[in-house]
Ligand binder design. Structure first.
Ligand SMILES: Nc1ncnc2c1ncn2[C@@H]1O[C@H](COP(=O)(O)OP(=O)(O)OP(=O)(O)O)[C@@H](O)[C@H]1O
Ligand SMILES: [Mg+2]
Length: 206
């Protein structure tokens, strides 16, 4: 494996390399010295397992996610397909001719996840890649959950909305397009979107 570049997140370290001659991303959760060693091991194992499992479930629900090549629970490593493309965050910032299409695809993808009762847990435009072959790929399922309820789905949508009001302050049209396609494709969208309003009101009065 050869490292080319490093992308540092809060918890995980992402490096780019190869797996069996295929371009791969190696996502590692390193040990954190400030945590109790046993707790640290449990957390890293748990998050790695959860991420790999939720990513697989999402794929089975018809959402494009990176193919997993290898997982090492103990070391906290996931080796996966390197999705070559553009970050959705940049596409929405540029607001070019493909933005509307990408937004519709985001709504569809979230609808598929929620129809299968999968929540992502960290829906931001940094966790989506629009590949050079025209696929909308969702990544970073480390906070994902399965068998989730309407409340969790509402939180997913609310998080995305907040990402739009902070990161993409001029893109309310883009968010509306996402919600429009979510409505069309998600069976219980009414219930979820009502819950989003409840969540917002709750935040307002507490
Ligand atoms: N499979 C992949 N293909 C292409 N790029 C990727 C892939 N996985 C991750 N990246 C890149 O690395 C960045 C960070 O990865 P990711 O979002 O999975 O982790 P994180 O947000 O740093 O970690 P955490 O799991 O702690 O939330 C992504 O925003 C993306 O740019
Ligand atoms: Mg991320």
């Amino acid at each position: 494996m050869m490292d080319r570049d490093v992308d540092m997140g809060a918890e995980a370290i992402v490096t780019y390399g190869q797996y069996m001659d295929r371009p791969a991303v190696i996502k590692t959760r390193p040990r954190k010295g400030y945590r109790h060693p046993e707790l640290d091991q449990n957390l890293r194992t748990h998050r790695t397992k959860n991420e790999a499992r939720t990513m697989r479930e999402a794929r089975m629900a018809g959402v494009r996610t990176p193919v997993i090549y290898d997982v090492d629970h103990h070391e906290g490593v996931i080796v996966m397909e390197h999705m070559v493309g553009r970050k959705v965050r940049d596409i929405i910032d540029e607001n070019g001719s493909d933005t509307e299409e990408v937004c519709r695809r985001i709504g569809e993808a979230i609808a598929k996840l929620h129809n299968a009762r999968i929540c992502h847990g960290d829906l931001t435009t940094s966790n989506m890649i629009f590949t050079d072959t025209g696929e909308l790929c969702i990544i970073d399922f480390s906070l994902g959950s399965i068998k989730c309820d309407v409340e969790e789905m509402g939180v997913d949508i609310r998080l995305l909305e907040r990402a739009f009001t902070s990161a993409h302050s001029k893109s309310s049209v883009a968010f509306d397009t996402i919600i429009g396609s979510y409505r069309e494709n998600m069976d219980r969208s009414k219930e979820v979107l009502n819950r989003v309003e409840v969540i917002k009101n709750r935040a307002r009065y507490t």
